[in-house]
Design a protein around this ligand. Structure first.
Ligand SMILES: Cc1cc2nc3c(=O)[nH]c(=O)nc-3n(C[C@H](O)[C@H](O)[C@H](O)COP(=O)(O)OP(=O)(O)OC[C@H]3O[C@@H](n4cnc5c(N)ncnc54)[C@H](O)[C@@H]3O)c2cc1C
Length: 428
C-alpha cells in the first residue's frame, strides 16, 4: 500500500483518483463488508522526485518558486516542491512583518531590488492573476519614509540620496527648516538633514502577497507539502584547487521531510535545494554540513543568520517584551515626536528577523562547496520588500548560470569566508 501510495506524483491527479475508486470498487466486490478506506490518503505526502526542493514557504521561498516556473524554458518542464512545516505561518517573519517598502538604501543593489518590488507590487495582478480568482488587493498605503541625520551623518545621507536618485528613486533632501514646515509635529533638535521618499514607499499587506503567491504557484503546478526538512543525503567529491588546496565538494541528492504529527519521513530525490528557511536558515545550512569544518576554512564558515538583532529580547519565544519598548524605544519616539509622550500601546506583537549578523544584507545564490544548495535568506529587516527581485535573481542563477537582471554578486556566500562585508548604511 505504501508503495502504491507513493506513485501519486507520477500519475495525473485525475488518473490517480480514478484508479483509487476502481481499486476500492474491486475490493468491495471481492470482500463485501470491508471498509473502503483500506488505501490510506497519501495526498499530503511529497512526490518521490522533484527537480527543485524549496525549504521554507515564506515570501522568499514562494518568490523563488514563482520565478523558476515563470522563467523555465519549457512550460511544465520543471518540478518544484515547496516544503513548509507550518502552514499557519504562526512564527514566519513574512506574516509578522510590518510590510514596509522604501528605496532609501546606500547600496545600488538594494535600491534596485526595492524599485523592482515597487513595480511588481503596483502591477501585482499582471504577475499573480489566476483565472476565476478575484483580483488581489495588497492594500498598498503610499507613505514616504523619513530619515533624519545629525551633523556627523549628513554628508553620508547626501551621498546616499545621490546614489538613490542615480538608480531612479524619487527621494528628496530637506533642511531642518523645510522639515519643520512639512512636518510641524517633529522636534528637529540635533537634525542637520532629512531625506524623504516621494514615490514607491509605504506599506502593504504581507498576507495578501503570501496568499497571492501560493494561489498562483498552485495554478502553475508547483507542489506543496506540509512537513519539516530534517536531513539531507549528500555525496562528496574531492577536488584540487589551482592553489593545490584539497576541497570537498558536496551535492545534495535527497531531502528527508518529516511529516506533520508523525515520526514518518519521506525522502525526496532532487537536483537543487533552495534554502529559504528565514530565521532558521542557518540550521538548514548546518544540516548540509555548512560551517562544520575547521575554523577559518570555507567548510568551517557558517551561514551567519540568526532570529534576532543583537541586544533585542530573547528569541526563545514570541512573547512581547513590553519593558523593551518602554525603556529602549519609547524615549526616542517621544524625544523626536513630543506628542508620543502620551501614547498608549494598544496592541503589540513580536516576530523573528532573518538577521544576518555579518553585514545585515541578504544571502543569495549557490554555496561554493555544497554546490546545489542556493540561498535566498538573511535579509534582516527588508526581506519582504525585496522578495520579488530576489526570487527572480535566484531563478536566473539556476536557469542561466548567472544573475541577469540585477547583479547580486555582492550577496554571494563567499563574502563570509573572505571577511568582506557588503556594507549597507541604511539598514532599518
Ligand atoms: C516585526 C517585523 C517587521 C518587519 N518589517 C519589515 C518591513 O517593513 N519590510 C520588509 O521588507 N521586511 C520586514 N521584515 C522582514 C521580513 O519579514 C523578512 O525578511 C521576510 O519575511 C523573510 O521571509 P522568508 O520567506 O525568508 O522567511 P519566513 O517568512 O520566516 O519563512 C521561512 C519559513 O521557513 C519555514 N521553515 C523553517 N525551517 C524549516 C524546515 N526545517 N522545514 C520546513 N520549513 C521550514 C518556517 O516555518 C517559515 O514559514 C520584518 C520582520 C519582522 C519580524
Amino acid at each position: 500500500v505504501a508503495h502504491a501510495g507513493r506513485t501519486v506524483g507520477r500519475l495525473g491527479e485525475g488518473d490517480w483518483d480514478g484508479k483509487v475508486s476502481e481499486i476500492k470498487k474491486k475490493i468491495k466486490s471481492i470482500l463485501p463488508g470491508t471498509p473502503c478506506d483500506v488505501l490510506p490518503d497519501t495526498s499530503h505526502l511529497p512526490p518521490e522526485h522533484s527537480d527543485v526542493v524549496i525549504v521554507g514557504g515564506g515570501v522568499l521561498g514562494l518568490s523563488v518558486a514563482y520565478w523558476l516556473k515563470k522563467l523555465e524554458n519549457r512550460q511544465g518542464g520543471m518540478q518544484v516542491l515547496v516544503v513548509e512545516r507550518d502552514h499557519t505561518y504562526s512564527q514566519a517573519s513574512t506574516g509578522l512583518s510590518v510590510g514596509g517598502i522604501c528605496q532609501q538604501f546606500s547600496l545600488p543593489e538594494n535600491i534596485q531590488l526595492s524599485l523592482f518590488s515597487a513595480s511588481f507590487l503596483r502591477n501585482i495582478n499582471e504577475y499573480l492573476a489566476v483565472t476565476d480568482a478575484p483580483p488581489l488587493d495588497l492594500q498598498f498605503n503610499p507613505s514616504g519614509y523619513l530619515l533624519l541625520a545629525s551633523e556627523k551623518d549628513a554628508a553620508a545621507m547626501e551621498s546616499n540620496v545621490k546614489v538613490q536618485k542615480q538608480e531612479g528613486a524619487k527621494v528628496c533632501l530637506m533642511s531642518p527648516d523645510q522639515l519643520r514646515n512639512k512636518f510641524p509635529w517633529i522636534n528637529t533638535e540635533g537634525v542637520a538633514l532629512a531625506s524623504y521618499g516621494m514615490e514607491n514607499e509605504g506599506w502593504f499587506d504581507p498576507w495578501c502577497l503570501l496568499h497571492g503567491l501560493r494561489q498562483k504557484l498552485a495554478s502553475m503546478g508547483v507542489s506543496f507539502c506540509q512537513g519539516e526538512v530534517t536531513r539531507f543525503v549528500t555525496s562528496s567529491q574531492c577536488m584540487l584547487t589551482t592553489d593545490d588546496e584539497m576541497v570537498t565538494l558536496k551535492s545534495i541528492h535527497e531531502v528527508h521531510v518529516k511529516m506533520d504529527h508523525s515520526l514518518e519521513y519521506q525522502p525526496v530525490e532532487c537536483a537543487i535545494v533552495i534554502n529559504a528557511a528565514g530565521a532558521w536558515s542557518a540550521q538548514i545550512a548546518a544540516l548540509a554540513g555548512i560551517g562544520k569544518g575547521p575554523p577559518g576554512t570555507l567548510q568551517g564558515t557558517k551561514l551567519p543568520v540568526e532570529p534576532r538583532k543583537e541586544e533585542e529580547p530573547d528569541p526563545a519565544n514570541l512573547e512581547v517584551d513590553h519593558d523593551f519598548f518602554q525603556e529602549k524605544v519609547w524615549p526616542h519616539l517621544a524625544l523626536r515626536v513630543p506628542a508620543f509622550e502620551t501614547l498608549k500601546v494598544q496592541t503589540a506583537w513580536a516576530g523573528y528577523y532573518d538577521y544576518n549578523t555579518f553585514d545585515q544584507n541578504g544571502v543569495v545564490g549557490p554555496h561554493p562547496l555544497v554546490v546545489n544548495m542556493y540561498f535566498a535568506t538573511g535579509f534582516s529587516g527588508h526581506g519582504l520588500q525585496q522578495a520579488p527581485g530576489v526570487g527572480r535573481a535566484v531563478a536566473e542563477m539556476i536557469l542561466e548560470g548567472s544573475f541577469q537582471t540585477i547583479d547580486l554578486s555582492p550577496f554571494l556566500f563567499n563574502r563570509f569566508y573572505l571577511g568582506e562585508k557588503t556594507q549597507e548604511n541604511n539598514i532599518m
